[in-house]
Design a protein around this ligand. Sequence first.
Ligand code: BDR
Ligand code: CA
Length: 305
Amino acid sequence: PAPVILDVDTGVDDALAIALACRLPEFDVIGVTTVAGNVDQQRATENTRRVLHFLGAGDVPVAPGLTAPLVRPHRDAMAYHGPNGLGGLELPPSPGRMVGAHAPEFIIQAAREHAGELILVCLAPLSNLAVALLLEPELPRLLQRVVIMGGAFTVAGNVTPWAEFNVFVDPEAAALVARSQLPITFVGLDVTTQVRFTRQQWERCRGLDHPEPRLISGVSSWAFEHRQLESYALHDPLAVAVAAYPDLIRCERTAVSVDTGLWSTAGQTTMVRSNSAASEHLVALEVDVHRFGALFAGALGVPMV
Ligand code: BDR
Ligand code: CA
């Protein structure tokens, strides 16, 4: 299996992405780093440790990272993820270990140790990766792949009409990352809003007694009971799945620019097809919805419909 680090702001869909990554035989999750995003960094760290412990993966090291975006004040998404960020699900505390290293250092050390092999899956604002890049300019050559849940290229944003949350929260970090030569696949709202967990699936999960269905039914109650949604997007789990199975999506190779202005379009991500000097990345434009659904349901032991 490939060594993998997840960078998270746990978060309902981050919790499910962690569960998926831990169950994929292609992956050896060697660490999880946390950052301010959906919730503050301390809460993200605590939620991550509890989720790992609940899944029987409490020995996976968790390294806390940046407590705020590079330049702007932090904006959270508690309204979407519930009062504790986990849809109100209370999980027992973890006795598992905390890492001494700060997230960017942890990423750099792991990248050196597993040079050319490590896959980094970023499911949160990109503050940790931006700092890691500044500290270790060789990072693009050390990482095998970087899969980023972030951006909205051909569709509207989910915070403003222009911006997707992870880019919106720290556009300066996202711009730095996009300008780099990291081997990035952007998995944005263009594809993530197509893969959904439904109320019907949730209802069928509720009687099941394994940790994964219990986790998914617990974190989903905020969406289905409080917010009265009929389904919600599995943004972060799709990025994990793409990291394991790149052919789940169809991509375009292009440079990416991020709006770091002070106006309403801040955080907008654009495919720049004409600037040949810029580094190019893969941007996901289509996804095999059915195959992802089967993979997600199979790995977590939840019903497909
Ligand atoms: C992204 O924002 C967060 O709220 C989710 O966890 C996901 O990473 C979707 O825009
Ligand atoms: Ca997230």
